[in-house]
Write a protein of this length. Structure first.
Length: 258
């Protein structure tokens, strides 16, 4: 508050209601004139006791904000959002919303739309409907092999160098789903219906590079060469490959040596 300020309450009657305002009067040395700052205090309830009441603001909406906003800003600043928009075009907002959902609220996809309606996501990605049916259709659409190749090509060229080597591993995903990749296979001493998930990461920084899903009856030995060839197409040609014993065979070692 400027030196020499005088404060007082001004009352103003409009119709049957009386309103109170706090006034700070002071001298402005720059313009060499007296000035006032006025602050509304509310409707007068008791002038002697100086009790005033402001009109309550109506509550319009309550949303969860921080988690989704942070994730969305992070993927924008790191260039991930641009990558998703380039590859998935008009579907990119749908994918970004699901990414935020899974990272901030790792629950079943059936609840994604409930989360979306109570989250800032509904304004960041406002032209989407993430009902269970739409999610199923979305996943089916991005399972296209051409889309996945386009994603890996752009992702690897933008974010991955793998100069220090790569790590390749697979894991079995037992399931009872009736779809083409589920097949009987051996895992951890048991034979079960499963599919196999192959994952490649950068040895230096542990960033994911690439993944493939394989029928459950495909053994690791036979999948290595195809994986190396796929990585070569994306510009990954590493002199160091770390893998578990399941990939070991004389032919695989010879092919890697080449």
């Amino acid at each position: 508050m400027p030196i020499g300020t005088m404060s007082f309450i001004r009352y103003k009657k409009i119709g049957n209601a009386e309103y109170a305002y706090e006034v700070d009067a002071f001298w402005d040395p720059i313009i060499k004139k007296s000035r006032q700052k006025v602050k509304y205090l509310g409707t007068v309830i008791d002038k002697n006791q100086k009790i005033f009441k402001k009109k309550d603001k109506n509550e319009k909406l309550i949303l969860d904000f921080g988690d989704t906003y942070l994730i969305n800003e992070f993927i924008k600043q790191k260039g991930i959002a641009n990558l998703l928009e380039k590859v998935f075009t008009e579907k990119s907002d749908f994918l970004k919303a699901l990414i935020c959902y899974r990272l901030s609220h790792p629950s079943a996809m059936a609840y994604a739309n409930i989360w979306h309606e109570g989250n800032i996501s509904r304004f960041l990605f406002h032209e989407i409907n993430i009902s269970s049916q739409r999610i199923s259709s979305f996943f089916e659409s991005i399972s296209d092999e051409n889309i996945q190749r386009e994603f890996f090509k752009n992702y690897i060229s933008t974010f991955i160098s793998a100069k220090e080597g790569i790590i390749i591993d697979t894991t079995a995903l037992p399931n009872q789903i009736h779809f083409p990749l589920s097949a009987w296979g051996y895992n951890d001493g048991e034979i079960d219906k499963q599919l196999r998930f192959l994952f490649v990461v950068d040895k230096n920084n542990s960033l994911p590079i690439y993944f493939r899903y394989l029928p459950g009856n495909i053994v690791d030995i036979s999948s290595l060469n195809t994986t190396i060839e796929e990585l070569s197409k994306f510009g990954i040609s590493s002199s160091f490959v770390l893998m578990d014993a399941g990939f070991f065979s004389e032919d695989n070692i010879k092919n890697l040596y080449k």
